[in-house]
Design a protein around this ligand. Structure first.
Ligand code: 5GP
Ligand code: MG
Length: 178
């Protein structure tokens, strides 16, 4: 049985403040053309981040696309096998891409996705993740923008699931095996 921690790891308020900072920093530093959001876990983060970008003519011209990546199945440990869908049909030629994912864990997902985006002719790719677990890394991969570094904990809420539950919680919680 899995139970939620007694207190959130990150409150909705703390997440909101950090997402505003990220949106502002990215707006200043990276003149991207397209957001690619990795479903399903990053759907809430993506929506909040998009609304934190600086407004202006440039922002009206940006596109957003959604791809699906999954490697977890119904477990808290990655199966190691990555399934990606929706990437082949995207026209990325000469575009500057902002790749948005929920968590950088072993690094395998982000490394593979960045490789695919480059091989489809993107001019530049930068990545933005909400959470980073540096102690879990198995491949050489760092995100260009990161919300919070966290310890090796399994987290849910704010879009993140365990077996497709907990996604609708506004805060981020740790899940404990009890
Ligand atoms: P990686 O390929 O870096 O090992 O895995 C990254 C993906 O695993 C993330 O995009 C996320 O979907 C999933 N993941 C990793 N850690 C967690 C976690 O603590 N909670 C949840 N819900 N998903 C996680
Ligand atoms: Mg994911």
């Amino acid at each position: 049985m899995y139970t939620l921690s007694p207190m959130p790891l990150k409150t909705a308020e703390a997440i909101g403040a950090r997402v505003q900072e990220l949106g502002q920093a990215i707006s200043v530093e990276y003149d991207f053309d397209m957001v690619i959001s990795v479903l399903t876990g990053s759907f809430v983060f993506t929506a909040d981040l998009c609304r934190a970008f600086a407004q202006g003519e440039k922002n009206t011209q940006r596109e957003i696309r959604f791809i699906k990546a999954s490697s977890y199945g119904n477990s808290t440990v990655s199966s190691g096998e990555l399934k990606v869908s929706g990437m082949e049909s995207l026209d990325l030629k000469e575009k500057k891409i902002l790749l948005v994912d929920d968590i950088l864990d072993t690094g395998r997902t982000l490394l593979a996705l960045v490789g695919m985006i480059k091989s489809q002719g993107a001019a530049e790719v930068r990545s933005c993740v909400l959470l980073d677990k540096p102690s879990r890394r198995q491949v050489h991969m760092e995100a260009d923008y990161c919300g919070f570094e966290i310890d090796d904990l399994f987290v849910v809420g704010y879009g993140l699931d365990y077996s497709d539950k907990y996604r609708l919680l506004p805060d981020i919680w740790t899940l404990k095996n009890s």
